[in-house]
Design a protein around this ligand. Sequence first.
Ligand SMILES: [Mn+2]
Length: 337
Amino acid sequence: MAKTQNANKANAVPDDISRAILAAHRIALAGHVTPDADCLGSMGALALGLKDLGKSVRVAMPAGSVSRRLSYLTDLFDLQPATTSQLQACDLLIGLDTAKDRRLNIDGKLDALPGIPVLNVDHHATNTRFGKWNWVDPQASSVCELVVDLVAALGCPLTPTMATLLYAGIHGDTQGFSLGNTSTKSLAAAHALAASGARIPEVCEKLQRSHSRSEFDLLKVIYGNARVSADGRLAWSTASHEEITAAGCVAEDIDNQVEIPRSVEGIRVAILFTEGVPGKIRMNFRGERGAAVLELAREFGGGGHPTSAGAILDGSIAAVTEQVLAKARAFVAELSR
Ligand SMILES: [Mn+2]
């Protein structure tokens, strides 16, 4: 049980992080492009908590960036996406769940917000520490797990809606408490959120059992295109721009469908290739039993977590798939049995 030594480690909030937030008056929040439940849950809960402290809060969220499934979360915090000039009027920008400044989901990125100090709260091992203040804890299951401690340190009471948002993010990043990042700390955070009124059945229904017909048709495409390598250790699937469009979906509807090839027994590496935008092939990599797919994603300019990573390449889906599968086959061949 090598992991126990970190399992109870408290995500103690660094003093400079709480101080910088408490000193600010107009706070902008931003997550990463193609936002997931962790990104939206942490933004939403922190936005509600900071408003409760009397801060003016703006949320960066370019139009069309949230999937239909996850709009459940943005509806809970009910904040209009900020305009660039509203963001420019802020005296602090908090980046959440975002490893690199160029991944921030802000029109024009940080270049659009000159002079605004950035506070970076993240759990990606590849975080570049792009903030003036940085709180990066790769041991944390999710940023929502960190925000549970952050709102407590700031003195914000956890409302049932904040607890629901944070629970959704922990649920999302741990795949329903099923992955290796599920620790006593993440379970303790979930316990605290449940005690604060998190609506757990609602989160599970909305995140797991609420596919629109279009999203369901896209799942059928991804099941239909799924393949497994001859040795059974690599599984992948694809969805071309034509297939995504024919299902009635858009680029934002691609989120965790890599779980489909990942669900094959015995695989070590799963990859999903999707062409949400024509000619831009997005790859989601997942590693099972410790397969460090981050190395693979980095070969293609990507990043992420050790066993959950992504990258984007320009080209046709056929050419990119062939190029990446060649490297992936070599990668799984090197893994110990
Ligand atoms: Mn996350």
